[in-house]
Design a protein around this ligand. Structure first.
Ligand code: 0A1
Ligand code: ZN
Length: 898
């Protein structure tokens, strides 16, 4: 196994660069296999650096062709070059220019980092350390320069040439088939925000007028013929720009803003200055090819990348340990945008579902790490749910604690003070400390301590004293490198709800007036917004004037990323489902009851028949009463926790087969006892009128499809008939895919026929075939592994395309609990073999696939042994990439989380 400890980068070792680069002039001659890059760097020693340090530039697989200092070619003795670095021992102590010529091969670049080809076009990806694959450079975010880029290419091959900033010149190269374009970006930026694109592309565009009246040309470039599929993304971009002006006072700062969609991309998208590059999955949408979820993702990711212009680009990160400074904050901003554009409570529930499914899972795994890590071997492995999603939760908690007005004042100060700099988490927090006069040093522990805090609360009602006391305790389990934990500063938003919906004096109220937030007036430990800041290992708060025992509604809106355990009986939780004014906690109450029952069933504890009956009764009456008021919310309430959620809740000696059986059984019970309202809603919400991706229409579809799923669980015959009819008549991909998904749970000839017809219908639509791969990979039956290996031979599958690999193999490993975790270990061995194959082409993609093993220590012993063997088989391979070597060794390390 790789134990290359030399490679570890530590936060504590940070020191400023010895040299700075003020200007970069790049001349890029695009060629499929021999692209020439001439970089002219205007440099100087950094006054904050070491006075006698050599100049060491980063490289990665580079081929140096020429090198000159202040215009003079350097002789072989004056420098040392390898593919990984370029060193000049005696660099000038005065400002100087360095001219570096390299040759690179974009066609051979399968790592999709640096300059590469996708769909016949040229594109780049430089975050985190890709620029060093284009030219030798001080490839670190605190070296910020003004870039001018001249791009030259064959006119036929690449009629469109795009760069960062504004276009300043262009034309034909005399006497040749080539042309060129010059782009200038006046804003100093780190190299990871560099980008260029060359290719044959279609375009949609519009003009945006900023709040100060400047005109900006917005354009989205896509594969020719797919222009109309970019309309929604363009609209989302315009809405994002307007929102950032309105909510944060942030205006765009160039004359153009371009987005290019490419079909080979390792991540979702990239915020390069003025030239965002997107995975086409997050740009292209039409009712025929994209689901409601796709539209929502497009809106969120367009917004995310645009918002980076201020949080990431104008204010960037000092070093990669500060990644959450841009990512957590930008996720928070895109979540707020989506919440404003859609239903806030529904969006909050979706955010929390993702947080729990991905980040809580990571925190409980051997890969747990702080939101601001203190060390890394490979930075690409830290684009994680912890940095992104938990990072966003920290910003949200800060706002909850200090209030909206001070939050906005703090943001304004942060922008004002840090604009044009490479900042740290400390810089961010100090802006809020300053505007509020608060000491945020304890709160800062959220960036440092990994693991999900557990909060336990017990309630005591004293009818004589008319008091209600809540006793809080907290603890955080050990995680790798952090055996001991301190108490966190946890904002707990809370209120009290009457057991029966009646008021304190016993008078009946209608449902709309059911909030019994008596507490807000009667407990001095709560702030004006009903928030208790729980920042010690233990604490108690007491409400006065509480005559009858209330039901506490805690962690409203999921005010902190913690695991809450509350000793409320199921009946009281179901009272919250009915009466709480906090929509999040209404949903949470039903989920908590369902989770208790699922865990009980999976562990073979008494069949809890009565309790299942009580839950389905409550769900039926909820449906009858509330479903049409907010169908999207209702769809979430009637959807049970996933198999992976249940596995996480059980936490050890997990048997995925037992969990699958338990969940199927519960779905069947609920489907049967609620069959009438389910059928009624299914019929009433039927597809009518032209498709619109708006949140209200999407909500109706999601409820209808949730009903279909439960009806099919209740009775396979009914389900099959309904699903087949819906599949044939659907006018949009959301309904078509939902019905096919239901059919995949019903084995037989009808299913196989439906799968085959769908595959044929969309044979020329790679993004739709990805959905088709995913559905099949998730079938929880023996035989799925063989189906997946068979599909790898499908003409549309390609091991070098990240979307295809994630859709088929990633889905099998991440979504198919029972088949990936097969007791015979075949699922694990399959993934291990794919990881090794992919590692030779694209280490980042391979490392991401490998994280599917992060739950291995939770499994029961036979599976655990199989998984360990598969991991060891990877670890012992020679020449693993740093990406895979890092994940496999951390996955196998003893200590920390189980
Ligand atoms: N900054 C991007 C994420 C990103 C990171 C690395 C990449 O390299 C393959 C690509 C994109 C974001 O947050 O959207
Ligand atoms: Zn981002």
């Amino acid at each position: 196994m790789r134990t290359d400890t030399q490679q570890i980068v530590r936060l504590e070792d940070y020191r400023p660069s010895d040299f700075l680069i003020d200007r970069v002039e790049l001349d890029v001659g695009l060629h499929p296999t021999a692209t020439r890059v001439v970089a002219t760097l205007t440099m100087r020693p950094n006054p904050e650096g070491r006075p006698d340090a050599p100049l060491v530039l980063d490289g990665d697989e580079l081929n140096l062709k020429a090198l000159a200092l202040n215009g003079r070619s350097l002789s072989a003795e004056e420098f040392e070059a390898s593919p990984q670095s370029l060193t000049i021992a005696q660099a000038p102590r005065q400002p100087f220019t360095l001219t570096i010529e390299t040759e690179i091969n974009p066609t051979a670049n399968t790592k999709l980092m640096g300059l590469y080809r996708s769909g016949g076009n040229y594109c780049t990806q430089c975050e985190a350390e890709g620029f060093r694959r284009i030219t030798y450079f001080l490839d670190r975010p605190d070296v910020m320069a003004v870039y001018t880029t001249r791009i030259e290419a064959d006119r036929e091959d690449a009629p469109v040439l795009l760069g960062n900033g504004n276009p300043v010149a262009g034309g034909v190269v005399d006497g040749s088939d080539r042309h060129y374009a010059v782009w200038h970006d006046p804003h100093p930026k780190p190299s990871y925000l560099f980008a260029l694109v060359g290719g044959r592309l279609g375009r949609v565009s519009k003009t945006f007028t900023t709040m100060s009246g400047r005109a900006v040309d917005l354009a989205i470039y896509v594969e020719p013929g797919k222009e109309s599929r970019a309309d929604y993304a363009l609209d989302a971009l315009e809405r994002s720009m307007r929102w950032d002006e309105r909510v944060f006072g942030r205006e765009y700062d160039l004359d153009v803003f371009n987005i290019v969609a490419v079909s080979d991309f390792n991540m979702g998208a990239m915020e390069n200055k003025g030239l965002n590059i997107f995975n086409d999955k997050y740009v292209l949408a039409s009712p025929e090819t994209a689901t409601d979820m796709d539209y929502a993702h497009i809106e969120a990711i367009i917004a995310h990348e645009y918002f980076h212009n201020w949080t990431g680009n104008r204010v960037t990160c000092r070093d990669w340990f500060q990644l959450c400074l841009k990512e957590g904050l930008t996720v928070f901003r895109d979540q707020e945008f989506s919440s404003d554009e859609r239903s806030r409570p529904v969006h909050r529930i979706a955010e929390v579902k993702t947080l729990r499914a991905r980040q809580f899972l990571e925190d409980a795994s051997p890969l747990a790490h702080p939101v601001r890590p203190t060390q890394y071997r490979e930075i690409n492995n830290f684009y994680t749910a912890t940095v992104y999603e938990k990072g966003a939760e920290i910003v949200r908690m800060l706002r909850t604690i200090i209030g909206e007005a001070d939050f906005r004042r703090g943001m304004d100060l942060y922008f004002e003070r840090c604009d044009g700099t490479a900042a740290t988490v400390e810089d961010f927090l100090s802006a809020f400390a300053e505007v509020t006069g608060r000491d945020l040093s304890h709160f800062a522990r959220w960036y440092e301590q990994s693991g999900t805090p557990r909060v336990t609360v017990k309630g005591h009602h004293d009818p004589d004293a008319k008091t209600f006391r809540l006793d809080f305790t907290q603890s955080t389990p050990p995680t790798p490198g952090q055996p001991e934990k301190g108490a966190m500063a946890i904002p707990v938003a809370l209120g009290l709800v009457a057991q029966d919906g009646s008021d304190q004096d016993g008078s009946d109220q209608d449902d709309s007036a059911q909030d019994r937030s008596w507490a807000n007036a009667a407990c001095e430990r709560l702030d004006s917004r009903g928030v208790f800041l729980f920042d010690k290992p233990q604490d108690s708060i007491t409400f006065t004037g509480v005559t009858s025992r209330p039901v506490p509604s805690l962690l409203r809106g999921f005010s902190a990323p913690v695991k809450l355990s509350l000793d409320l009986p199921n009946e009281e939780l179901l009272a919250l489902l009915r009466h709480d004014t906090d929509a999040f906690n209404r949903w949470q109450a039903a989920q908590t009851v369902a989770m208790r029952l699922l865990v009980g069933l999976a562990k073979g504890v008494d069949a809890a028949d009565q309790d299942i009956g009580a839950l389905s009764g409550a769900l039926c009456s909820f449906m009858g009463r509330d479903a049409l008021a907010d169908p999207a919310f209702a769809a979430l309430v009637v959807t049970l926790p996933s198999e992976a959620d249940v596995a996480q809740e059980i936490g050890q000696d997990v048997d995925p087969d037992a969990i699958h059986r338990a969940r199927s059984q519960m779905r069947q019970r609920i489907g049967r006892s609620c069959a009438q309202p389910l059928q009624r809603f299914y019929d009433a919400l039927s597809d009518s009128g032209p498709y619109s991706p708006d949140a209200a229409s999407a909500g109706r579809r999601s409820l209808r499809n949730a009903c279909l799923d439960l009806l099919a669980a209740a009775d396979a015959g009914t389900g099959e008939a309904l699903a087949v009819r819906q599949l044939e008549s659907a006018s949009n991909m959301t309904d078509r895919l939902a019905s096919l998904s239901v059919l995949t749970t019903l084995p037989g000839a009808v299913r196989e026929e439906a799968i085959a017809r769908f595959g044929d219908r969309y044979r020329n639509e790679p993004l739709v075939l990805d959905k088709w791969f995913t559905l099949q990979a998730a079938i929880p039956e023996d035989g799925t592994l063989e189906r997946v290996t068979g599909l790898m031979q499908h003409p549309a599958f390609s091991i070098s395309n990240p979307n295809r690999v994630r859709a088929l193999i990633g889905s099998f490993a991440m979504l198919n609990q029972v088949q990936f975790n097969r007791a015979d270990g075949a699922g694990y061995r399959f993934l291990a073999s794919i990881v090794l194959r992919v590692d030779e082409l694209n280490p980042q993609l391979a490392a991401r696939l490998l994280t599917a093993f992060s739950t291995w220590r939770m499994m029961e012993s036979a599976r655990r042994a199989q998984a360990e063997q598969a991991l060891r088989s990877i670890a012992q391979k020679p020449n693993l990439s740093r990406d895979v070597g890092d994940i496999v060794s951390r996955s196998l390390e003893e200590g920390g989380a189980k």
